[in-house]
Design a protein around this ligand. Structure first.
Ligand code: SAM
Length: 293
């Protein structure tokens, strides 16, 4: 990895460290209802993931652990990884508070092979994770390394095409600003984050665009067999001001409903010796929000 990308990730880490206490207190994360038992997982990720009971699950870029602990509530043996010490410490505190067994490790995803030797049944990531990674090929290699043969990888993420239309400062209509095929880091400088507009000492962050084909190719090149890819015209979060929430909790564009993909998911599997190859299937209805289960 280039030294310049390492430096950019250090800049990002400082902003993440500062954002953690703000996010723990932010209405957008609604920690009080999580403490009362709310799951932060989306209905469709619960459905697409299937049972996690008794499975070992590694959550990459777990932030302060709400999703990780929500998987623990569904019976998984969870390990969360994040490079922000503040995030990992907050996650440990939350786990203690709700009485869940969980392990949280501070590590950059790219340094994980040094921090963790274990192999997992499931590697899970997403919902605002991939855009912070400069090198998807190396990331995919690490994902594969962390999986047992036959283990599952699951990603639910902002669709990279939606990243073409940044919302900082808040926009009134979709205007393309970031190249979908861009390979350079985008630099942003503003107070707050997607979840808070608080004044901050660390205002700068860098993000990277990863088109769908780049991520899928990296996964397959590194020993994963892609079982499903799904694209959705709605989002798990209030991404733009001109969105409306449906009864299932998903956010839809109001004026340009269905115009662009906002979210996507990938299920893949680390092949085990002797496996027959499978093909990509996408039999699910793409424009219908799944019911909450
Ligand atoms: C938007 S949050 C993750 C989303 C999570 N689903 C949530 O909403 O809480 C992104 C996380 O990625 C972490 N992160 C960013 N770059 C990282 C890296 N290179 N290695 C490990 N963690 C990283 C940040 O510290 C932050 O906690």
């Amino acid at each position: 990895m280039r030294a310049s990308d390492r430096r950019r990730m250090s800049v990002n880490r400082r902003k993440w460290d500062e954002s953690v206490p703000l996010h723990v207190a932010a209405p957008a994360y609604d920690v009080p209802s999580f403490l009362r038992g709310r799951s932060t997982l989306q209905p469709l990720e619960i459905r697409e993931m299937g049972s996690v009971r008794e499975k070992s699950l590694l959550h990459l870029q777990c932030h302060f652990g709400l999703d990780t602990l929500s998987w623990a509530r569904r019976g998984a043996r969870v390990t969360g990884v994040d490079f922000s010490l503040a995030a990992v410490q907050a996650a440990r505190r939350l786990a203690r508070e709700v009485g869940l067994r969980a392990r949280f490790i501070q590590s950059n995803v790219y340094d994980l092979p040094r921090a963790l030797e274990e192999r997992f049944d499931i590697v899970y990531t997403g919902k605002g994770a991939m855009c912070w990674l400069p090198d998807v090929d190396r990331w995919a290699e690490i994902v594969t390394t962390c999986l047992k043969p036959g283990g599952r990888f699951y990603l639910l993420e902002d669709h990279p095409f939606a990243e073409v239309f940044p919302n900082d400062p808040p926009i009134t209509k979709l205007e393309p600003k970031i190249p979908y095929f861009g390979t350079r880091a985008s630099r942003e400088e503003y107070d707050g984050t997607y979840a808070t507009r608080t004044k901050m000492k660390h205002k700068v962050s860098y993000s990277w665009m990863h088109p769908v084909a780049e991520t899928l190719s990296a996964l397959t090149r590194n020993g994963l067999e892609v079982a499903s890819v799904r694209e959705y015209p709605f989002s798990y979060w209030h991404r733009y001001p001109f969105m409306k929430q449906d009864a299932h909790g998903y956010w839809h564009l109001t004026r340009q409903q269905g115009l662009i993909p906002l979210m996507w998911s990938v299920m893949a599997r680390r092949t085990a010796p002797g496996d027959a190859p499978q093909s990509i299937t996408d039999k699910e209805a793409r424009h219908r929000p799944p019911s909450r289960s």
